[in-house]
Write a protein that binds this ligand. Structure first.
Ligand SMILES: C[S@@+](CC[C@H](N)C(=O)[O-])C[C@H]1O[C@@H](n2cnc3c(N)ncnc32)[C@H](O)[C@@H]1O
Ligand code: SF4
Length: 492
């Protein structure tokens, strides 16, 4: 157990998340009372202090009642080009915590003090202020404590995204449509998705309500212009092709085929895709699909509960290429139970032969709400250094395949404190993925569990409007969800 005491500040969440980066398996408890015992294996005091008119952040670390490390940061010297002192204080508190804890761990902390999901946003903020590349790297490594390679990676990604994000247009939006059905639930998945076995009978009614919602979105976005559309899930191809076709055609009806710059269907699981299905998507001008292996090792596919073999993946991929899809994405997960360097090399060797236009490399994240979370003790997971080596392989293979990183995000409880990276061949980046990650464009979500995010550029602010995550509530309270979106969009 790690006990933490905050003095003169309430930056609890950031402190909690950063301590968890250093000690992922430890319980962390905040001490509210000065008199509590400090005879814990680790006791951390994080405080904000004022002295001679200056602000300092200080961290003291005790083990078995003895002070074993401490660190002080002068907040006035924090140089992150921020307009707000509150932000400097937050960074100062995390930086002194980092400096005090770094000597106590053998693990690498490649993302330094960053615990958020979207590190590339920092690069955009700095670029928007006209800061030069060298100085950006200095801020990322010196203040945010990123490793040199992560700093360079997010600078490169940020620069690559600029043409897709800027100039900002507050009337531009992308449409996300959720199909929350899957053939079965994968071991690691916590998405709000429904296994077909129990929920098949809801599909028709779901599609009817979804189409009603899409029509209503057309009305509430009058005067705005669509950028991209993305049908995700779940597994969109888990529902019959004629149902998915109705949805796609409704999107065209409402927003005009020619206005949609990119239309993705995350086909996902090869066990839901047939030649007929692919032809329906192709005929309806879907220009980007996902066929997701996760791994090319049969034993692992069985273990995670996906009902397809590596052979099914290869056959489905060639079928889609033959039909003519210009961009195929493949998702992989690094760190699946039972997988080490040998298994990853095998997966990558197979993927290299297929040569997809996009590759998304996820690092396994142990999510609450997944089967994995509740059965964790049954599995052996690799240590940070092996996960790091496996990720290095993905970087090497991507280079060989001329795939360049173009978006990146991180998750809580991600193995080894690493990241997820989307790769694309030049000019084949998924515009929707950049929009959802960098939050500089409005995304309007339709369907169960879909989250709309309205972007107010003047305030650089996002307003989230979630739909219900329960099928009965989604179907029964559809007008309420449309009304919630309308209320916010009309303030744009
Ligand atoms: C929303 S899922 C939908 C994709 C599709 N249903 C499929 O499974 O092929 C998007 C991707 O997130 C990744 N993913 C899901 N859960 C994950 C986890 N716990 N850790 C790492 N990656 C995960 C998988 O690579 C998955 O393909
Ligand atoms: S990973 Fe994909 S197929 Fe598996 S349960 Fe989650 S959404 Fe469904």
């Amino acid at each position: 157990m790690i006990k933490v005491r905050l003095i003169n500040h309430e930056i609890k969440n950031d402190v909690f998340e950063l301590i968890r980066v250093f000690f992922p398996m430890e319980e962390i408890e905040f001490q509210e009372n000065d008199n509590d015992s400090i005879e814990e294996s680790l006791y951390i005091i994080s405080s904000l202090e004022r002295s001679n008119g200056k602000l300092y952040s200080s961290t003291k670390v005790y083990r078995d009642n003895s002070l074993i490390d401490q660190s002080i940061e002068d907040i006035n010297l924090i140089n992150i080009y921020s307009d707000y002192i509150e932000k400097d204080i937050r960074i100062g508190i995390k930086k002194s915590l980092y400096n005090a804890l770094i000597k106590l761990t053998e693990n690498e902390i490649p993302w330094g003090i960053l615990t958020g999901i979207r590190p590339v946003k920092i690069v955009h903020e700095l670029l928007n202020k006209g800061i030069e590349d060298g100085e950006i790297i200095k801020v990322l490594t010196g203040e945010y404590k990123l490793s040199d390679s992560k700093a360079k990676l997010i600078l490169d990604i940020g620069k690559r995204q600029r043409d897709y994000i800027y100039p900002i247009d507050k009337n531009r939006f992308s449409l996300y449509i959720s199909i929350p059905f899957c053939p079965t639930r994968c071991l690691y998945c916590s998405f709000p998705t429904l296994p077909l076995g129990r929920f098949q009978h809801h599909i028709e009614e779901y599609v009817t309500k979804l189409i009603y919602e899409i029509k209503s979105i057309k009305k509430i976005t009058e005067g705005m212009k669509i950028n991209t559309a993305y049908i995700g899930g779940g597994t969109p191809t888990a529902i019959p092709a004629k149902e998915l076709e109705k949805i796609i055609q409704e999107v065209y009806n409402c927003f005009g085929k020619r206005n949609i710059r990119e239309f993705t269907v995350e086909a996902g699981r090869p066990d839901t895709i047939t030649e007929e299905y692919l032809k329906v998507l192709y005929k309806n001008d879907i220009n980007r699909i996902s066929i997701n292996p996760q791994t090319m090792n049969d034993d692992s596919l069985k273990l995670i509960g996906r009902k397809h073999s590596p052979d099914d993946i290869i056959k489905t991929y060639y079928m889609a290429k033959e039909i003519g899809f210009p961009i195929i994405n493949m998702d992989l997960i690094i760190g699946l139970p039972g997988e080490g360097l040998k298994e990853i090399k095998n997966t990558l060797k197979e993927i290299e032969k297929l040569d997809p236009e996009n590759l998304t490399v996820h690092t396994l994240s142990v999510k609450r709400g997944s089967r994995f979370w509740t059965t964790l003790e049954e599995y052996n997971l690799e240590n940070q250094s092996t996960i790091g080596d496996m990720l290095k392989e993905t970087v090497e293979y991507s280079k060989k395949m001329n795939l360049i990183p173009y978006y990146l995000y991180r998750q809580k409880l991600i193995l080894g404190n690493f990241e997820n990276i989307g790769y694309a061949k030049p000019k084949m980046e998924c515009i929707y993925n950049i929009a959802i990650m960098e939050e500089k464009e409005t995304i309007i979500g339709a369907g169960m569990g879909a989250v709309s995010k309205v972007f107010f550029p003047e305030e650089n602010r996002i307003e989230r409007i979630p739909n219900f995550r329960d099928i009965k509530e989604y179907i029964g309270r559809i007008d309420e969800q449309i009304h919630n979106k309308e209320k916010i969009i009309k303030d744009l």
